[in-house]
Design a binder for this molecule. Structure first.
Ligand code: ZN
Length: 131
C-alpha cells in the first residue's frame, strides 16, 4: 500500500495551509487511479479539514469562529498553556479521506484540503496512505 509523508511549515499562530497539491502529488506518485486516499495529521495542536478554498475569507471566518467557541481565558489545567489549540485540534479532527477516480482526488468544485495550525509557527508533517 503506497504511503509517505510531506512537510508543512506554518508562519502564524493560527493558520490554514492548502495542502491539496501535495496530496494530489502523493496520489500521482502512488500510481493508483481508483482508490481511497487517507491523510493523517500526527500533531495534537493541529488538524486537517476540507472546506472552501475559493474565497480565503472562509478560512478567516472559520478561524475567528473557533476563537469565539474556544475561549482564551478559561481556567484550563494543562500547564503548557496551549489548551485552546488542543481543543481546536479535536474540533476539526486529525484526518481526512478522499476518493480517487481516474487518478484525481474527488473533491468538490470549491473544496480544498487544509492543514489547520493552531499553535504555530512550527514545522509539521502530514502522513498519507493510499489504498
Ligand atoms: Zn499542550
Amino acid at each position: 500500500m503506497p504511503a509517505g509523508t510531506f512537510a508543512v511549515s506554518t508562519s502564524q499562530t493560527m493558520q490554514f495551509v492548502d495542502i491539496t497539491a501535495q496530496v494530489q502529488k502523493a496520489v500521482d506518485a502512488s500510481g493508483i487511479v481508483d482508490g481511497i486516499c487517507h491523510v493523517y495529521n500526527p500533531h495534537t495542536t493541529a488538524g486537517l479539514t476540507i472546506n472552501e478554498g475559493a474565497d480565503p475569507a472562509v478560512q478567516t471566518d472559520i478561524l475567528t469562529a473557533l476563537q469565539k467557541i474556544v475561549p482564551m481565558n478559561h481556567p484550563y489545567q494543562h500547564l503548557e498553556g496551549n489548551s485552546p489549540a488542543h481543543i481546536m485540534a479535536s474540533l476539526v479532527g486529525s484526518s481526512v479521506t478522499v476518493f480517487i477516480e481516474n487518478g484525481r482526488l474527488q473533491l468538490g468544485t470549491w473544496q480544498k484540503i487544509f492543514f489547520c495550525e493552531f499553535d504555530g509557527p512550527r514545522s509539521r508533517k502530514v502522513f498519507w496512505r493510499i489504498s
